[in-house]
Design a protein around this ligand. Structure first.
Ligand SMILES: [Zn+2]
Ligand SMILES: [Zn+2]
Length: 368
């Protein structure tokens, strides 16, 4: 494949400003690096926080946003011959990749939790000349990045969720060490993280899966992905009323497991209140530094357990893809992508996401 000298990229000039389509240089390919053509780039709930500078991490602007990318290999740097699962890599293969961890620090090597790596390099927040963001025609994958090949027969729509939401849910379920058989499970939030959590809870043996969220379109997809009950927060607006509905479904004791996927800080206090005495609360969705009033006594009173989970490493991507491969005929997994946009329409895609009009908007470069 020919390697272009420059390509188009959507650059965030400053926090809160519209993204600008600019012509940027394509870097020379170092040993071990990979240049991909961006096939699809997902727009994430956290992109809205990033856009407005409300994320925990705030990198200096300008940069190319986009951290959920499916790339087709255009060029492989010397020495990059296989993916993390040992599959040979060739030009034309579709890949997903994790943040680049160092495998040379305390958290990588001793604690064996590379998602806490002290030298982790993420995608979607680097200066334009590095070309390390998905909202572009091409993306540069740096040498130490672990990648996985997308199996043949899975579409971009079916696999784009693995780039962020689904791999995060797979990592969180790994920490949970299993959903108790027949446990009632409440999912707070019906965005992509909540939808994948509902799907995985159901497939992990949950007795009933109750999804609390909005809007109706997302809840309808939750049903098609295995949710037994849905509660629309636009209709049932008060926590007390939602709790009453949930307790009516769970023998008056509440769910054994609650999973926070909404990203809305006050949902945390609600989740603690919902969980059954002795139950577990898995917190995945929180990405903003917002503060809320909270009574720690409730943790002691309930003898409950709270598990926080953020990020993922390459084996979670691999497992998520294998899960999709095995369940693609059982669930309409491609329906997560509710609308696709051209790269030039990036601001419209972000605005539609912000307005809650889409489940997952995605930049689709395939036909272009
Ligand atoms: Zn994301
Ligand atoms: Zn490290």
């Amino acid at each position: 494949m020919t390697i272009p000298k420059t390509c188009k990229a959507a650059v965030l000039p400053d926090y809160g400003k519209p993204l600008e389509i600019r012509e940027v240089a394509v870097p020379a390919i170092e040993d071990g690096a990979i240049l991909v053509k961006v096939e699809m780039a997902g727009i994430c709930g956290s992109d809205l926080h990033i856009w407005h500078g409300r994320m925990g991490i705030k990198a200096p602007t300008p940069y190319i946003m986009g951290h959920e990318t499916i790339g087709r290999i255009v060029a492989l740097g010397r020495g990059r011959v296989h993916d993390a699962a040992g599959e040979p890599l060739r030009e034309g293969d579709r890949i997903l990749w994790a943040h680049a961890d160092c495998y040379d620090c305390y958290y990588c090597e001793i604690a064996r939790k590379p998602m806490l790596c002290e030298h982790r390099i993420g995608y979607g927040m680097a200066p334009p000349e590095k070309l390390m963001g998905g909202f572009a025609e091409y993306e540069y994958v740096i040498p130490r990045t672990k990648v996985v090949k997308i199996p043949d027969g899975i579409s971009e729509e079916e696999s784009i969720g693995v780039a962020c939401a689904f791999r995060s849910v797979v990592a969180a379920f790994e920490k949970l060490n299993g959903v108790g058989l027949a446990d009632a499970t409440v999912i707070q939030g019906a965005g992509p993280v909540g939808l994948y959590a509902a799907l995985l809870a159901k497939e992990s043996g949950a007795g009933q899966v109750i999804v609390v969220g909005a809007p109706a379109g997302r809840l309808a997809l939750a049903k098609r992905w295995g949710a037994d009950h849905i509660i629309n927060i636009d209709e049932v607006k008060e926590h007390a009323a939602r709790k009453e509905l949930i307790y009516a479904l769970t023998n008056g004791r509440g769910p054994e497991l609650v999973i926070e996927c909404s990203g809305f800080a006050p949902a945390f206090a609600e989740g603690v209140d919902l969980v059954q005495k002795g139950g577990r609360y898995l917190v995945v969705g929180q990405t903003s530094p917002a503060e809320i009033p909270f009574t720690p006594y409730s943790l002691v009173q309930k003898n409950m357990q709270i598990i926080g989970s953020g990020g993922a490493v390459i084996h979670h991507f691999y497992k998520a893809l294998q899960f999709i491969k095995s369940r693609k005929d059982k669930y309409p997994l491609g329906d997560i992508v509710s609308r696709t946009y051209a790269l030039e329409e990036i601001n419209e895609a972000l605005t539609d996401m912000q307005a809650g009009r889409e489940i997952k908007p995605a930049i689709d470069n395939r036909a272009r």
